[in-house]
Design a protein around this ligand. Sequence first.
Ligand code: GDP
Length: 383
Amino acid sequence: MRLALLGVGQAGGKVTDAFLEYADRTDSDIVVDALAVNTAKADLLGLERVPVSKRLLIGTDRVKGHGVGADNELGAEIAADDSDVVMDAVAGMPTHEIDAFMLVAGLGGGTGSGVAPYLAKELRRRYEEPVYGLGLLPGKDEGGIYTLNAARSFQTFVREVDNLVVYDNDTMASGADSLASGFAKANEELARRFGVLFAAGETDGTAVPEQVVDASEIINTLGCGGVSTFGYASSPIERKRGLFGGKGRADVSDATPRILALVRQATLGRLTLPCEITSAERALVVVAGPPEMLSRSGVEKARTWLEEATGTMEVRGGDFPVPDADEVAAAVLLSGVSDIPRVKELQAVAIETQQSMRELSETADDRLSDLLWSGDGDLKPLF
Ligand code: GDP
């Protein structure tokens, strides 16, 4: 699957950077071109991989390059005013080479949250290729305003894209020393995991899959629209020592049960957005690893298991041979999921936040008067 990536806002830009780094490192063609869009100049300067000529600062007449301060309504207004700047840059991309657009944004902030859904609408109006979103949900401890932003953006983004793949930051592995290194690790992992899915059909001919998962399989899986979640699990393999010091053959005795175990693990315990899996409309499974470990019966059993576990008959699947790999990995995409407790919880907290913000703002004048009133009027303002 060959993508044009648009990273919007700080998180969107950083994840786009991570995708570019992954594509470089693995010499893969999954990112045809990439743009970073932001209202904050400093965030654009902090990027490492997106070329300087592909970094677009918008809204300068309104916010002077300082960002929107987590105000996603302002973000959406700026997008409406300046979307031509972004669309001109997209027109300069080799869009005839891509299979889809992907907009990446953190939904809790202001720029990605407000701008990305508007750009999705414009891209869908102008191009035939599907437009997907990769939306990052804020962690529960980030507070009310981030939750409110995310709930409103989520609603709008789902409506404007062909499918919104969601990554909940609360599923991020803990243990990093700081939030920044936690994010950097999460972004690298996100790119590596999605990379396996997108790169599966883009083999260079050195190792040919038995069942290819090409772009059309991914597009058909995402074609039901709505919300998607993604699971990934991997396990290292033992290799016999190579005769001439090279990598030896992997021990294939447990190839089939290993694949089944990995697909179950990816689906039941490792989703980027935990959900009730029986609410999925469609599913796709890719098993990657050294060719000798990709047992056909393992992939077929995994697909059958996924059909039974999700209750959907629309399960696509295939393999992705990577001759020198040191692990076997399973990637599972569940599309059109609708029973997602985290989204309901997000909405409930957002409504509560909205109510309390409204009440506070309605009583703000009275509270300020109370504060300034000095009782008997002895204190007079200066002028
Ligand atoms: P914006 O620049 O106004 O769009 O705001 P941010 O992109 O900083 O969005 C804030 C949200 O994105 C927060 O809810 C964070 O949880 C999340 N976030 C910020 N940086 C990263 C990152 O590098 N990776 C991930 N996964 N999430 C991030």
